[in-house]
Design a protein around this ligand. Sequence first.
Ligand SMILES: NC(=O)c1ccc[n+]([C@@H]2O[C@H](COP(=O)([O-])OP(=O)(O)OC[C@H]3O[C@@H](n4cnc5c(N)ncnc54)[C@H](OP(=O)(O)O)[C@@H]3O)[C@@H](O)[C@H]2O)c1
Length: 322
Amino acid sequence: MLAAYAVSQSASDPLSGLEVGERPDPQARDGWVVVDVRTCALNHHDVWSLRGVGLAADRLPMVLGCDAAGIDPDGNEVLIHAVIPSDGWNGDETLDPRRTLLSELHDGTLATKVAVPRTNLVPKPAELSWEQAACLPTAWLTAYRMLFTNSQVQPGGTVLVQGAAGGVATALVQLGAAAGIRVWVTSRDEAKGEQAVALGADRAFASGQRLPERVDAVMETVGAATWSHSVNALRPGGTIVISGATSGDAPAKAELTKIFFKQLRVIGSTMGTRDELQKLANFVVAQGIEPLIDSVVPLADARDGFAKMVDGQVTGKVVFAA
Ligand SMILES: NC(=O)c1ccc[n+]([C@@H]2O[C@H](COP(=O)([O-])OP(=O)(O)OC[C@H]3O[C@@H](n4cnc5c(N)ncnc54)[C@H](OP(=O)(O)O)[C@@H]3O)[C@@H](O)[C@H]2O)c1
């Protein structure tokens, strides 16, 4: 099968370890099925894997990717849930200490075929195109859990999204606006901020800019570059939900004093459950949301999509046609 896979890792030159070419077809073990992938999508997770973060070197070569939609062996159109619990785990799979994401232990989704547990399949809504469906399982699921499970913000409240253009950030804007939340964004680039406003954000600010009033919650994926601003942007008792640290995980100032003095809540958030993925799909269809797609590229040209993400040039999701 054709696949985009990691053969080596480099923190400074992630693309050097990326190969796009033939890999053996996956075999389904007990309780697993092989899905024919129609579309798959890129996440920053795939760049981290090539940088040597979250993927052990002794597991290479590894097919990358957490996002896909395709057709199961019974002919059903499905989304693939990328969180794989350990055998015998019950309950919220994101809390299983031995859970992995596709491409961390088992080959991932950037391929024409992928093996997954049958219980990880979610029906693909007919209303979504194949390209839109491939956007949901990772960045969009993460955004859903950040906003609706972890932030405690209600419709009418205000949320600041750090970063405007990325996969998680655009999902936060589209989901938040559809739920009646006032969404503010920051961006390094004015044009990306304007794009977020066109998507439903109320206002866009330059990275680090002082806000006109304090917000109820901050959605943080940028990390070190925006941490101080996130702490300062919150009202007393407000919440930072953090699911990523694209610019690094060691901010110059941890802001511990402000965190306790303002009684802030700092909540870590990772992916979501299969049940949340199902609810996300329902919500996207019910609200007529069309996930923002940066570009659709043949899987054979996956390197172009990776290069765009490494350069910080992505607006929305990069989708690969398998
Ligand atoms: N915990 C989880 O389950 C989970 C799931 C999904 C993603 N993540 C993490 O969340 C982060 C975003 O993922 P993604 O797939 O949305 O990535 P992406 O599409 O590459 O987006 C990167 C985002 O970072 C923003 N950014 C702002 N300042 C930055 C800086 N100094 N350096 C780099 N980026 C900066 C960009 O905003 P502008 O370009 O508008 O400034 C953009 O919104 C990644 O670190 C990823 O690993 C975690």
